[in-house]
Design a protein around this ligand. Structure first.
Ligand SMILES: [Zn+2]
Length: 181
């Protein structure tokens, strides 16, 4: 399975949509469809790539992407190159003693949580109203760390690494167990 970088997304998905800063609903749907089509059978190269992908996703689009990955027997978390812990085609009776529900959807409990953590942060603003985010010229790799883009989520791995303590993030992590998809 191959990985996907920011440049891959820009060249394969966004390049045809550089003429104006506001996408039509049709163009937005095309971009989302292509993102899912690429990521259903590959994975994000790094956290920056996943954040970049999330600029374009709504919770619904993310859910669709995760489900497509699961149907492809990939771990639902788009930063992961592994398969699901238990393949869907396996005899269902094998599942009886499996206590965790993640096994048909994710490679690990960690990635189930990482996925829910990401999902909870995604914006519901339609892609067609997120003006200018698809413009390649607006993307500055050097400045990326400093930019506080309003559509960029905190990646779970980043959260664990930095041990962030802000109340809003703590509230997010506390809510993870209640999300189910
Ligand atoms: Zn995984």
């Amino acid at each position: 399975m191959s990985f996907v970088t920011v440049v891959n997304i820009q060249e394969q998905v966004l390049r045809p949509h550089q003429l104006h800063s506001k996408l039509s609903s049709y163009e937005a749907d095309m971009i989302l469809g292509q993102l899912v089509s690429i990521l259903r059978n590959s994975y994000c190269y790094d956290e920056m790539t996943l954040k970049y992908v999330c600029r374009f996703l709504s919770p619904q689009a993310y859910q669709y992407l995760v489900n497509e990955r699961i149907l492809n027997q990939r771990c639902g978390y788009p930063l992961c190159d592994k398969s699901t812990a238990v393949h869907l085609h396996r005899d269902p009776f094998c599942m009886i003693n499996v206590r965790a529900s993640y096994v048909t959807k994710y490679c690990s409990e960690m990635h189930m949580k990482a996925s829910s953590f990401l999902y909870a942060q995604l914006s519901s603003t339609p892609l067609s109203e997120r003006e200018g985010i698809h413009l390649i010229a607006n993307f500055n790799r050097e400045k990326y760390e400093q930019d506080s883009e309003k559509y960029d989520p905190i990646i779970f791995e980043e959260y664990l690494r930095e041990k962030r303590t802000q109340n809003d993030v703590d509230a997010l992590i506390a809510s993870i167990e209640t999300l189910d998809f």
